[in-house]
Design a protein around this ligand. Structure first.
Ligand code: GKR
Ligand code: MG
Length: 442
């Protein structure tokens, strides 16, 4: 039997439309960007992946071609090793202080890894989930409803999308401003009606903490059975975090990065103090983003819910984190950024392979739903994604025309890496990112 070889690879920097979502880093621009990689085998099969956008990541994937073209799909781990060696040291600044991870190499490695896994799954007639860790653990994956404060995009002259989906309340409301607790509840209600979420996460770090406490209380009153999470991305001091946590202790199911590095102490040290004082379950996508950080986070008992995004851990790495969580009685979850439906398939497969009792996974998909790069996108129903054991590879068929259109949108609008400061400056002239001050507090 011949083993398929990679004959061709293309990286497409792509853009899609977004709402003016607010967070500690500012306001999301009208476009979000991603890098879509496609590999073709000599048997004519396509393997696909999606990772965060930006030219630095595009370049690394492009410059990895020398190891990829001509390799067999069985050689993929050797290929990843060579890429890691060639670009070692490129991310000296680490993940950075923004809410999103600014590293490049790990995203590029994931882009390549996922294409091979997709092809291997197709070749072996199994889902990618079956190839990860200890194999597929479940078909149903719980997903949370990711709520945001949404700015008034009509205050800007930026080309934010409007009226792109009038099919139901969610489609109508997701492009409108949501700046009050009442409006956040309306947002949650509309999302619940379409997707059936049992967990909601509110992105904080936008208003003064007391205001965000009010939004959580309003959500708890409207959805008394829902599991709630608030994530200010480490924007509060330890003192503030302790105060707000006390106020929300009967409302939250868990809290995410309530505080971070301060006064010479690392984020892991400060979160360890928070955890010890409050006994609250703490999630993070900011302080245990690689194995070295994970080691310290575990020794300090800083957190109990590592949000292991396959995009910055790789699909195999995120599954290893899940195995560790299962053995160490931690709860595994997934972090997200804006993404298309290829990433949704990546998250679904990783979570399907995660052993033990995992938390409902994060996804921004509800803000993009309708902008498809595949012909058969996964659907969120009753708050769940489904990965049938009969799937092959990621379980999606890439729509090359749609990818090329999204690539044109990226080029026509001069897109690049994410920058949330620009949109925010319409609200507050001269606005600059401050990792310790909510975006609207200046
Ligand atoms: O999309 O604005 C956003 C989020 O704030 C994102 O940048 C974070 O990386 O969702 C993420 C989180 O959980 O921190
Ligand atoms: Mg977070």
């Amino acid at each position: 039997m011949s083993i398929p070889k990679i004959e061709k690879m293309e990286v497409y920097p792509v853009a899609g439309y977004d709402s003016m979502l607010l967070n500690l880093s500012g306001a999301h621009g009208p476009f979000f960007t991603r890098n879509v990689t496609i590999m073709w085998t000599d048997e004519g099969k396509m393997g696909v992946s999606e990772v965060p956008g930006g030219p630095k990541i595009t370049k690394i994937i492009e410059e990895s071609k020398e190891f990829i073209i001509g390799s067999s799909i069985g050689e993929f781990k050797n290929v990843l090793k060579k890429i890691r060696e060639k670009f070692a040291g490129i991310d000296k600044g680490g993940r950075g202080n923004q809410t999103y991870d600014e590293r490049t190499l790990v995203h590029a490695v994931t882009a390549v890894e996922t294409c091979y896994l997709d092809l291997l799954g197709k070749h072996l007639h199994v889902p990618v989930a079956a190839l990860l860790g200890d194999g597929q653990q479940r078909e149903k994956v719980g997903v949370l409803g990711y709520l945001f404060y949404v700015g008034d995009s009509s205050k800007t002259d930026l080309p934010y999308i409007t009226n792109d989906d009038n099919s139901d309340d969610w489609g109508k409301t997701r492009r409108k401003p949501h700046m009050t607790p009442e409006s956040i509840v309306e947002e949650a209600q509309a999302a619940y009606e379409r997707y059936g979420f049992k967990t909601f996460k509110l992105k904080g770090g936008v208003f003064d903490g007391e205001e965000e406490v009010k939004a959580i209380k309003a959500l708890h009153e409207a959805f008394p059975d829902a599991r709630l999470d608030l994530d200010p991305n480490g924007g509060w001091s330890l003192k503030q975090a302790l105060h707000y946590a006390e106020e929300m202790k009967d409302d939250l199911f868990y809290i995410e990065d309530p505080c971070g590095a301060e006064d010479g102490f690392s984020g892991r040290e400060v979160l360890a103090e928070f955890s010890r004082i409050t006994h609250m379950p703490v999630a993070t996508n900011m302080v245990d983003t690689d194995w070295r950080q994970m080691n310290h986070a575990l020794q300090l008992n800083s957190i109990s819910i590592p949000l292991a995004d396959p995009h910055f851990w790789t699909m195999e790495g995120a599954t290893r984190v899940a195995q560790l969580c299962n053995e160490f009685n931690l709860n595994w979850g997934v972090h997200s950024n804006n993404h298309f439906d290829i990433s949704l398939a990546m998250v679904a497969n990783t979570a399907a392979a995660a052993p033990g009792k995992i938390y409902d996974v994060d996804t921004h998909w509800i803000w993009q739903d309708g902008q498809y790069l595949t012909k058969n996108p996964y659907k969120i129903e009753n708050g769940e994604l489904t990965v049938p054991k009969t799937n092959e590879g990621l379980g999606v068929e890439v729509d090359l025309d749609a990818v090329k259109k999204a690539n044109k949108l990226y080029i026509d609008n001069n897109c690049g890496a994410r920058d949330d400061a620009k949109g925010m400056q319409y609200y507050i002239p001269g606005w600059k990112f401050d990792p310790k001050r909510p975006a609207m507090v200046r």
